[in-house]
Design a protein around this ligand. Structure first.
Ligand code: ADP
Ligand code: ADP
Ligand code: ZN
Length: 221
């Protein structure tokens, strides 16, 4: 299964991707997580990306494309993947198709987690992320078992610096500008599957699994 998760910041892409990756036994590829990892390790890419990320702007397409090509060269992507946070604009969608075509692969479907702005704001203002394994929590909606501590790895939880209200507004503005061209692109390819991202997480999950089963009814999940 090769699934892309599309949606505004806070739509639940990371949350869904992590569960799906586990259920489908394929890697979760998050360009946001990969970029944050590079920033944390102060790599050349991290040094270039940091400023864009802190301001809520997109990191230049060429940089992200290079990073993603490297990730797809790893053998664990052979049996599929859940891609989260890429593509963010039409140019990236075309780049993704090119990267995959070179490997004789194509996306199976794109889940569009359509989510209202008031829900996004509520979710991002309470989002907590594990600084070790990148697991997502929410102070009210999905609290960790122990306050401030990751259930999976006991790492410390913190708020992302780009989840400040000012930066969220910038990210949303960029998202809105780019999303319609992506929706058109995947609708034309008959690959778009729309889900109301404001629903409870397990309802969203079951809908995505339903779409996957429609394509492959022998799928064991
Ligand atoms: P969100 O939770 O808003 O969906 P991500 O974790 O996906 O956020 O991304 C965080 C930041 O990383 C973005 O604001 C952007 O600066 C950068 N980023 C992530 N993915 C991409 C991408 N595909 N293209 C350009 N920049 C990206
Ligand atoms: P994205 O990757 O799209 O930016 P996340 O998966 O990080 O979004 O989710 C944003 C925040 O909302 C997190 O704090 C997460 O725990 C919470 N969340 C995710 N899905 C739901 C849901 N269906 N209902 C309520 N809260 C959710
Ligand atoms: Zn953790």
């Amino acid at each position: 299964m090769r699934i892309v998760l599309l949606g505004p910041p806070g739509a639940g892409k990371g949350t869904q991707a992590k569960i799906l990756a586990d259920r489908l036994q394929v890697p979760h590829i998050s360009t946001g997580d990969l970029l944050r990892e590079n920033v944390k390790n102060n790599t050349d890419l991290g040094k270039e990306a940091r400023d864009y990320m802190e301001r809520g702007l997109l990191v230049p397409d060429e940089l992200v494309a290079k990073m993603l090509t490297k990730r797809f060269a790893q053998s664990d992507t052979k049996n599929g993947f859940i891609l989260d946070g890429y593509p963010r604009n039409l140019n990236q969608a075309e780049t993704l198709d090119t990267i995959l075509q070179e490997k004789n692969m194509a996306i199976d479907f794109v889940v569009y987690l359509d989510t209202a702005e008031d829900i996004i704001i509520q979710r991002l203002s309470g989002r907590l992320v594990c600084s070790v394994c990148a697991a997502n929590y929410h102070i009210k909606n999905m609290p960790p078992k122990v306050k401030g501590v990751c259930d999976n790895c006991h790492g410390p939880l913190s708020q992302r610096t780009d989840d400040r209200e000012e930066t969220v507004r910038k990210r949303l503005q960029i998202y809105k500008k780019e999303v319609s061209s992506l929706i058109d692109y995947y609708e034309r390819q008959h690959r778009l599957r729309r889900i109301d991202g404001g629903q409870e997480a397990d309802i969203v999950l079951n809908k995505i699994i339903g779409f996957a089963k429609m394509l492959n009814d022998s799928l064991k999940v």
